[in-house]
Design a protein around this ligand. Sequence first.
Ligand SMILES: N[C@@H](CCC(=O)N[C@@H](CS)C(=O)NCC(=O)O)C(=O)O
Length: 258
Amino acid sequence: MIFMNLQQCVFLIIYYISLINMTIEFYYHQQSPPSCVVWMILKELGIDYKGTVVDLIKDEQKGAAFAKINPRKQVPVLKDGDVTLTESRSIAIYLCTKYEKADKKEKLYPRDPLEQAKFHELMMRDVDNYHFFGTYLNGEEIFAGRAKGVIEPLLPRCEERLQEYEDILAKNKYIFGSHLTFLDFTCAHTVSGMAMTGFKDWEKYPNLRKWKDTLSKLPYFEECIKAPTDANVQLFTLLLEKGPEVLMALAAAQEQKK
Ligand SMILES: N[C@@H](CCC(=O)N[C@@H](CS)C(=O)NCC(=O)O)C(=O)O
C-alpha cells in the first residue's frame, strides 16, 4: 500500500514537472504587429502562457541569448514544450488547431479543406499587402536616417490594396465571413500599417471604419490593436521630425523608468 502510494506520488511529481515544462512561452514586443496577432489568439482562446518582452527599441533581439531562441532574431516566438515556432501565421494556425475546442462553432481558423484554402488565399494576400504598405512606409531607410518620408508614387497602389479590404467588408461583417477569425487580427495590423505612414483619407473606406468599430468591442482591442498602433504612429511621427537619434533617447528613457 505504502509502495503504491509512493509510486503514485512519484507519478504525480513527474506529471506536475512535465506540466511546468509544458508552459507555453511567448516572446514578443507590444508594438510588433505580428506579435500582437499571436497575443490576441492566446487571449481569445484563453490559453495560459508565460510572456517575455523582447525589447526591440534596445535591440534585445540581436543579443546572443535571444539568437539561441530564434536565429532569425525576430519576434514573435512561441515555445510549447519541444516545439519552437518563429512565424506569426504558423504560430496562429498551430495554436488554433491544437487548442481551439473542437466543438466550438465559430472558430478562429476553419477546419474544412476548401475553407482553409480560401482562408490561406486571403492570408497570403494580406502578407503581400503588409509588405507593400511597409515598402511605401520606407521604414528601414527612415530608421537608418537615409530617408525623410514615404515613397509617395506608391500611394495609389496602396489605396487599391486598401480597397480590397473595403470590398470584402462590403459583403461580410468580418474579413472571413460572419464571424471573427484570426484573419481579422492580421488584417487589422496590416491596415494600421497604413496609419503609420500618416495616411489620413480614411473616409474613402466606410466599411473599414465599421469593421474597426466591431473589433473595438473585443476585450483586448485597446491593448493589442489600439495601443500598439498609436505607439507606432507616434514613433514614426517622431522619427520623421527628429531623425533616428530619437530611438536612442527612447531607449534611455525606458532604462530610466526601470
Ligand atoms: N514574418 C515574421 C515577421 C516578424 C518580424 O518582422 N518581427 C519584427 C517586429 S514586427 C522584428 O522582430 N524585428 C526586429 C529585427 O528585425 O531586428 C512574422 O510574421 O512573424
